[in-house]
Design a protein. Structure first.
Length: 470
């Protein structure tokens, strides 16, 4: 999501306050008064925001606003000049199964009455993502917006952060408020257990997006070396919100990167539809080739017509997306503007170039302008309107041996309301979508560990919950 909407609200350019929490109280009041739209887990207005963000809600950095509208990746030219073939099979991010394959997805959504979100971990601060490292260690890695990655082992946070880079990430603009900036995304290399590589997405002190690689310490596997940073990409952000933030390795072994439309409200620079900027896109790069990275040969614009890193376009603020670890299908939650939140679905094998519609459309509804004749837009498979909800938080597909009734169900939520939905495709291709839980939490992210357990993060409480049978 992007973070200008809620303190971690991946959506609009205007925000709405979250629940009463002492550390966020001041900024909630400001957000309500400004009626500004969120871009990350921040807040959303109590009434529909205007398409221009209120200066009270967030103040664009004058220097950043003067930057060119088309962002220049640090290695755009060399990457485009060296397209790569798909990586070797052994580089697949999906670990080899240690037991029989998981069963196919269930045919209907389960009754949520027999399940609950049980407390799995407490004590984190500003948590925005949780994941395993793919090394079958059982450890959880918690991303903290303020600039740290923490390790949780057997339900306890290790005292020393795995990675501490708060000296180079965007700091709080006021106590406890990071808006949509900071340390936002984390992905472990598919061969992490051998090479120790991890990738992060953060906004730097100037508010610009950095995609960087770090390496695990050779002396202590519970530490990553802050001095090992290799910056792959730097993208100028014209406004403080809609930074996106998600990183994930796909089943093809490539790194996918989510970037929002650059912020403000209503995409004033029309970045979502422009193929000559990285903003408002999902990027796809090969980190196993080239000096920094290479561009996969089958990316849609390697032969021209746009920046070669672009893989999908027409996005407002894809705060969280995820691949189904069994099928390779991709679910993308795109935070909406004034009225609608959406979930997009790209089946495994979908070629690059999918246009998800922003800003012609907000979910299934017209927003601004008319698409050119012949332009194909991908419809979302689910949407919901504003009301108690304000900013969609993308989730994960349940693939846990402990949750057979949930096999293949995609779980997602809303940052402001704490509601959690289940989404499931029926055998006939239709989608079942149902509200399942009312958590009352500020949901910044979902995540899963190496065993496929499903987790939910509460930003305001700093706690992490696991879906379990009662």
């Amino acid at each position: 999501m992007s973070l200008s909407e809620n303190p971690f609200n991946p959506r609009r350019g205007l925000q709405r306050p979250i629940l009463a929490v002492a550390i966020l109280a001041a900024f909630l009041a400001a957000a309500l008064a400004a009626c500004s739209s969120p871009a990350g887990p921040a807040f959303t207005p109590t009434s529909p925001p205007t398409t221009i963000p209120s200066p009270t809600a967030f103040q664009p950095d004058p220097a950043a606003a003067e930057q060119p509208t088309a962002t220049e990746p640090a290695t755009a030219e060399p990457a485009a000049a060296t397209p790569s073939e798909p990586p070797a099979v052994e580089a697949s991010p999906t670990p080899e199964p240690t037991s029989a394959p998981l069963p196919p997805r269930v045919s209907s959504l389960p009754d949520p009455g027999g399940y609950a979100w049980e407390l799995a971990l407490q004590g984190s601060q500003y948590p925005v993502f949780v994941t395993g490292a793919g090394d079958q260690s059982g450890d959880l890695y918690i991303l903290q917006q303020s600039g740290q990655i923490r390790i949780a082992r057997q339900g306890q946070l290790l005292e020393t952060p795995f990675l501490e880079i708060s000296d180079r990430t965007s700091g709080a603009t006021r106590p406890g408020y990071y808006g949509e900036r900071g340390l936002l995304g984390l992905a472990f290399h598919p061969l992490y257990s051998q090479n120790g590589f991890l990738y992060v997405n953060y906004t730097n002190r100037d508010g610009n997006t950095v995609i960087a690689r770090f390496q695990r310490s050779a002396a202590n596997p519970d530490l990553a070396d802050p001095g090992s940073e290799l910056r792959l990409l730097q993208v100028t952000q014209p406004f403080p919100n809609h930074n996106g933030g998600m990183l994930a390795f796909g089943p093809d072994g490539y790194l996918y990167i989510g970037l929002g439309d650059g912020g403000s409200g209503g995409d004033p620079q029309d970045n979502g539809q422009s193929t000559n900027t990285l903003l408002g896109k999902i990027l796809r790069i090969d980190v196993n080739q080239g000096e920094l990275y290479a561009v996969p040969a089958d990316n849609p614009y390697t032969a021209g017509g746009g920046l070669s890193e672009v893989w999908a376009l027409g996005l407002r603020n894809p705060w969280r997306f995820s691949f189904d670890r069994l099928t390779g299908d991709l679910f993308i939650a795109d935070v909406g503007q004034n009225q609608w939140e959406e979930i997009n679905f790209l089946p495994a094998g979908t070629p690059g170039g999918a246009n998800l519609g922003w800003r012609y459309r907000e979910a299934l509804h017209e927003f601004q302008g008319q698409p050119p004749a012949g332009l194909s837009l991908v419809d979302p498979v689910a949407e919901y309107g504003h009301g108690p909800g304000c900013s969609v938080t993308g989730g994960v597909v349940a693939r846990s041996a402990n949750l057979p009734a949930w096999e293949g169900v995609y779980l997602y939520g809303d940052y402001c309301s704490g509601q959690v939905w289940g989404l499931l495709q029926s055998p006939d291709g239709a989608w079942q979508n149902q509200l399942l839980f009312e958590t009352g939490m500020n949901i910044t992210s979902f995540g899963s560990d190496d065993a496929g357990e499903v987790y939910l993060l509460d930003y305001s409480g700093g706690n992490i919950y696991r879906l379990a049978q009662k």
